[in-house]
Design a protein around this ligand. Structure first.
Ligand SMILES: *Cc1c(COP(=O)(O)O)cnc(C)c1O
Length: 381
């Protein structure tokens, strides 16, 4: 099997599993206890907080809060700011290309009387700081813009937007789930107050994530109960998963430059082959501000679900974009927001490479894609 769906999830690294195992076996203490076994768990949490805080450029490790993943971090950041700052205003600025964890959270807030502005991207899927600035109102309390998009890999100018937010005294959140472990992130340089990450997107375990919360940021608690996570997110910590996330992010940061260079070469190779061998293929998204390892391509006339079925038959795992459920025609909200025509949207396929992807994998996937393009569409869009 060739796995080219790393934007959906990644394989757990062996070193990460190894780091986790003691905490699933002999080191089973509850981190809140007052004896040696508990202290060992508590120290493991401290270490992971340190590892994550360092990679993200946090001023202090205690600004890192553990959550159950990217979805929870996004929910907490946005609802937390909305609930704690409603006396200041009820307007939020976000974008039409966010992950559903952000979009549905904003929709839930709209149902509670908040107002949300959804910025539209340019034709390559990018959001500009100027657009954000134009949308700012006196009652704006939060700006939430994703660091990198999960469908197109498009990277947004977060530092510019963060600087703008800061100048206007508005909280800034970024969903960095696709960026963490893959791009250099510095929360202080980027001037973000809140940042979401998820371990399973950088070779850590599923069901664990973190929210960076800048010291002093006014945010409602997420979970009521015990005193875990400084009383803001109660519940006994998933120590093994947290240890795995810390280790995975640390390793990803160490290898980031080298891995980016390797994936960029694979991406360039695949793009070159596609444009050379499938003349009517259309590459979606930006060619410059893009995550390495993401190739999103439309084969006009061939429905995404047909291509995906044939790819699956050839034992290649890829996707029609996150919004596409198996068996349904992908109606990506991201491609729609970019203003692409329906033939292009309905035929889009996403390949996302990762640390286990080889050049042979890319050549094989491209061979199959070229064959599919030649076979053409038996079904019209
Ligand atoms: C995967 C993803 C999420 C959701 O993270 P989970 O840990 O799966 O809940 C949120 N935002 C983006 C951009 C993602 O790619």
């Amino acid at each position: 099997m060739i796995y080219l769906d790393n934007a959906a999830t990644t394989r757990l690294r062996d070193e990460v599993l190894e780091a986790m195992l003691p905490y699933l076996q002999e080191q089973y203490g509850n981190a809140s206890g007052g004896y040696a076994l508990a202290r060992s768990a508590h120290n493991a949490l401290d270490k992971a907080r340190q590892q994550i805080g360092t990679v993200l450029g946090a001023a202090q490790p205690r600004e890192i809060y553990f959550t159950s993943g990217g979805t929870e971090s996004d929910n907490w950041a946005i609802k937390g700011v909305a609930y704690a700052n409603r006396d200041k205003g009820k307007h939020i600025i976000t974008t039409a290309i966010e992950h559903h964890a952000v979009l549905e959270t904003c929709a839930a807030l709209e149902a509670q009387g908040y107002e949300v502005t959804y910025l539209q991207p340019d034709a390559e899927g990018r959001i500009s700081a100027a657009q954000v600035e134009q949308a700012i109102r006196p009652d704006t309390i939060l700006i939430s813009v994703m660091w990198a998009n999960n469908e197109m890999g498009t990277i947004n100018p977060i530092r510019e937007i963060g600087t703008l937010a800061k100048a206007h005294g508005i909280y800034m959140h970024s969903d960095a789930v696709q960026a963490a472990g893959h791009l250099l992130i510095d929360v202080q340089q980027a001037q973000v107050d809140l940042l979401s990450i998820s371990a399973h997107k950088f070779y850590g375990p599923k069901g664990i994530g973190a929210l960076y919360i800048r010291n002093g940021c006014k945010l409602a608690d997420f979970m009521d109960g015990g005193a875990q996570e400084r009383g803001k997110r109660a519940g006994t910590e998933n120590v093994a998963a947290i240890v795995g996330m810390g280790k995975a992010l640390e390793l990803a940061a160490q290898e980031l430059a080298e891995e980016a260079e390797r994936l960029q070469a694979l991406q360039a190779h695949m793009l070159k082959r596609i444009s050379g061998e499938i003349p009517d293929a259309q590459i979606n998204g930006s060619l410059t501000d893009r995550l390495v390892g993401n190739v999103n391509v439309s084969l006009p006339g061939i429905r995404s679900d047909i291509t995906l079925f044939k790819m699956d038959m050839a034992e290649i795992a890829c996707s029609g974009g996150s919004a596409c459920t198996a068996g349904a025609i992908g109606q990506s909200h991201v491609l729609t927001a970019m203003g692409l025509d329906s033939a292009r949207i309905g035929s889009a396929i996403r390949f996302s490479m990762g640390r286990y992807t080889t050049r042979q994998d890319i050549d094989r996937a491209t061979d199959v894609l070229v064959r599919i393009a030649k076979e053409g569409g038996m079904y019209t869009l």
